[in-house]
Design a protein around this ligand. Structure first.
Ligand code: CP
Ligand code: NVA
Length: 307
């Protein structure tokens, strides 16, 4: 793996290796053990869109590994407007050891990777959010969930987070069912990737059928960043896809509730479910840090035993 642009850049073994490394990094952190494998390395963090978790976990992650982060706002560097994406990639490669970017168009992240001579990490595009899916499946792995028998029900928009969860779920042998209104299904190319990987995938309009017997329920906002003009239309389209206490009752009693956050409370999920006993959303958020540190170590080199 030279870059991490899509969950499809992983294999089952790479993902399991990253989970083990993330668990080691997490345990070292909690035990107060410190090492600086990324000492003297610098990572550029580019943001075309807002962020809390991705911004903080990448910046803190680089610092904890002994490196430095340079925060760049898309608007300021004029990615694709002031300067072409290939030229930004070529220039940044002269100064930094890695690039993480959150972009509108997935084509921007693939162009960055094509023209950079340093590793590029996708911190969310309109097509995928692979760091999120990696942290999510790490969270389930830590809890001892058996991916081979797991049924994950995605309720709502077939969006970027859904795509990465579908792909990584397929790689790990999970069964995925996506319940969404017509017109909001996951991307056809991503569905084809999942099927090529041998993934067990169902798409349905019936949220209740999707949730029935599920081990994991996952939802995300109905209006992603960049889709704000469609907000009213989306509120109407998704009104029957809210993850609320009534819907959750159809899942297994042991079912876990996941959300990548930020949540639009009262839209795709109710307070009672988001803050309820099944919710593992804060574990997911915490694990962004550990999973991404593992990715940076793998891509930028260095071992946790380096001082
Ligand atoms: N889940 C996630 O990526 O959060 P941010 O948008 O706050 O980075
Ligand atoms: N689907 C959401 C995820 C945010 C982390 C978005 O793209 O805005």
């Amino acid at each position: 793996m030279r870059h991490f642009l899509s969950a499809a850049d992983l294999t089952r073994d790479t993902a399991l290796g990253l989970f083990a490394l993330a668990a080691d990094l997490k345990q070292r952190r909690k035990a107060g053990r410190h090492s600086e494998p990324l000492a003297a390395k610098t990572v550029a963090l580019i943001f075309e869109k807002a962020s809390l978790r991705t911004r903080v976990t990448f910046e803190v992650g680089v610092i904890q590994l002994g490196g430095r982060a340079v925060h760049l706002v898309g608007r300021d560097i004029g990615l694709g407007t002031r300067e072409s994406v290939p030229d930004v990639a070529r220039n940044l490669s002269l100064w930094v050891d890695g690039i993480m970017a959150r972009v509108y168009s997935h084509a921007t992240i693939t162009a960055l990777a094509r023209h950079a001579t340093v590793p590029v990490i996708n911190g969310l595009s309109d097509l995928e959010h692979p760091c999120q899916a990696l942290a999510d499946f790490f969270t389930l792995w830590e809890r001892g969930v058996d991916f081979g028998t797991m049924r994950l029900a995605w309720i709502g928009d077939g969006n970027n987070v859904c795509h990465s969860v579908m792909i990584l779920g397929a790689l790990l042998g999970a069964s995925i069912v996506v319940a969404c209104p017509p017109g909001y299904e996951p991307d056809a190319g991503v569905q084809a990737t999942v099927r090529r990987l041998g993934g067990r995938l169902e798409i349905t309009e019936d949220a209740r059928a999707a949730v029935t017997g599920a081990d994991v329920l996952y939802t995300d906002v109905w209006t992603s960043m960049g889709q704000e003009a469609e907000h009213e239309q989306r509120l109407e389209a998704f009104s029957r896809y809210q993850l609320n206490e009534t819907l959750v009752e159809f899942a297994k009693p042991s079912a876990l509730v996941m959300h990548c956050l930020p949540a639009h409370r009262g839209e795709e999920i109710t307070d009672a479910v988001l803050d309820g006993k099944r919710s593992i959303v804060l574990e997911q958020a915490e694990n962004r840090l550990h999973a991404q540190k593992a990715v940076m170590l793998r891509l930028l080199g260095g071992s946790v035993d380096d001082v």
